[in-house]
Design a protein around this ligand. Structure first.
Ligand code: FES
Length: 101
């Protein structure tokens, strides 16, 4: 799947992968603002992204655990996701994710 990240500096980074999590993909591609400090276990919120609204249905809503974690972040929006909780797959091909500040 092709996944595009837009950083808070407005840098666009287009990535491509077939497996793993979106957080891992961002870290591999050195996307600024995605740190993945907890290693992808939904407990740090350093992988926070705002899904571009047009792609929200493709990506889907967060789990309860993830929503609870997002509540600790002040910059949360209705399109917030923790991208370690999004699996790379063809289902999300083409999505655009805005890295949270
Ligand atoms: Fe820690 Fe996603 S990498 S919550």
């Amino acid at each position: 799947a092709k996944i595009t990240f837009v950083t808070s500096d407005n840098e666009t980074i287009i990535t491509e992968a077939t497996t793993g999590s979106v957080m891992e993909l961002a870290v591999q591609n050195k996307v600024k603002g995605i740190d993945g400090d907890c290693g992808g276990v939904c407990s740090c919120a350093t992988c926070h992204v705002h899904v571009e609204p047009a792609f929200w249905d493709k990506v889907g809503a967060p789990s309860q655990l993830e929503s609870d974690m997002l509540e600790f972040d002040d910059n949360v929006s209705e399109y917030s996701r923790l991208c370690c909780q999004i699996d790379v797959s063809d289902a999300i091909d083409g999505v655009v994710l805005n890295v949270a500040k």
